[in-house]
Design a protein around this ligand. Structure first.
Ligand SMILES: [Zn+2]
Length: 355
């Protein structure tokens, strides 16, 4: 287990073991926690990819769902919108389950578990990724670095020189971890150009859909239709090609949001309710992005900014926690213990600045 992840698990276990999670679960019961997942996998092992952090082992997801079903009230995003519209109170300790990107594993591995526990969820799909050969750009970079036979490359990006060693699996993973944040800084047009250049330099062709590792595969529209028709799963929008919207110009930003909406409406026969911003950090979407999402008819949008939803939260900037890596992290997140810790830290910093 990587050191950073190890310390996260210890911190979460301490919050749960100290009783803080049980205390905050009562004190902060009125807030809603949104959890953001991506894909699932059978087991971590060798998935044929470098970055497995987006794909939670199915056993971990099952444990989190068992915790949600026994100690929390999982509601749908539509329930949250209804409560806002009519000013009604949501159940205490409410949580919303979401998935981003649109992986086949959402249908194959997560959906059976959600059905078993009777839990609703929202799946935010990248419409150009579904059922086609258009891979997500970060998948292409992962496979290029993972499959190249070049032992090293020197890369200039954002005024920096990166020497990337590519012999061992660990070196390839470290290179990916250094390269991805640099790529995210580029404009959308430059990013796609850069990804093509990386593939060319590394001598790796963009894999076809049939050559994709199982864990990276998108769901089909038939899978999305079946889940949507069940009434248990909402299929929401996540753009058409997964750019970071704040790095797009106005024309491209509009096209990404409206094409995504139109594709979902054509395939599922109904307007999607909500949207999730790719990457979702504070700098990854703008006021213009939020206005366009609203203009397209979406009624809410999720960010990836950590936090919990209360009466004051903007519906077009809903805070959301990422995938819990352990059951302790799930409990520390869902109970509000992390939020309380964050509040304490901010209070301490404020008090120190006044000294
Ligand atoms: Zn995404």
């Amino acid at each position: 287990m990587p050191l950073a992840l190890h310390s996260r698990v210890i911190k979460a276990a301490a919050l749960v073991g100290s009783g803080l999670a049980a205390y905050t679960r009562t004190r902060r019961a009125g807030e809603v926690t949104l959890l953001g997942f991506h894909g699932l996998c059978e087991n971590v092992g060798d998935l044929g990819i470098l970055d497995w952090s987006l794909h939670l082992p199915v056993s971990g997801f099952r444990s989190i769902c068992a915790l949600l079903a026994s100690d929390y009230r999982v509601i749908s995003l539509a329930d949250l919108l209804e409560a806002r519209k009519h000013g009604t109170k949501l159940p205490d300790n409410a949580a919303i389950i979401t998935f981003d990107d649109g992986y086949a594993s959402n249908y194959e591995l997560a959906y059976p578990i959600l059905k078993k526990f009777g839990l609703p969820a929202s799946i935010y799909v990248t419409t150009g990724f579904l059922g086609s050969e258009d891979m997500l750009w970060f998948q292409r970079v992962d496979l290029a670095l993972g499959r190249t036979e070049k032992p090293t490359i020197d890369w200039k990006i954002n005024g920096k020189k990166l020497r990337m060693l590519l012999v061992t699996r660990e070196q390839r993973q470290q290179s990916l971890v250094r390269l991805i944040p640099e790529l995210k800084e580029l404009s959308d047009a430059d990013l796609l150009h850069e990804v093509c250049r990386i593939e060319e330099m590394l001598g790796v062709k963009t894999p076809s859909a049939n050559d994709l590792p199982q864990v990276m595969r998108p769901m089909t529209w038939d899978m999305a239709r079946e889940m949507s028709a069940s009434g248990q799963i909402e299929i929401g929008g996540h753009t058409h090609t997964h750019p970071i919207l704040a790095r797009c110009d106005s024309i491209a930003m509009r096209a990404e949001i409206f094409t995504c909406r139109d594709r979902i409406r054509e395939e599922l026969g109904a307007m999607p309710i909500s949207f999730a911003y790719p990457n979702g950090g504070q700098d990854d979407f703008t006021h213009e992005t939020m206005s366009l999402v609203k203009e397209a008819g979406f009624q809410a949008a999720c960010s990836a900014i950590n936090g919990r939803v209360d009466d004051q939260s903007s519906l077009f900037q809903l805070p959301r926690y990422g995938t819990p890596e352990s059951i302790w992290e799930a409990e520390a997140t869902l109970s509000g213990a992390y939020e309380t810790l964050k509040d304490w830290r901010q209070s301490c910093l404020k008090a120190m600045s006044m000294i």
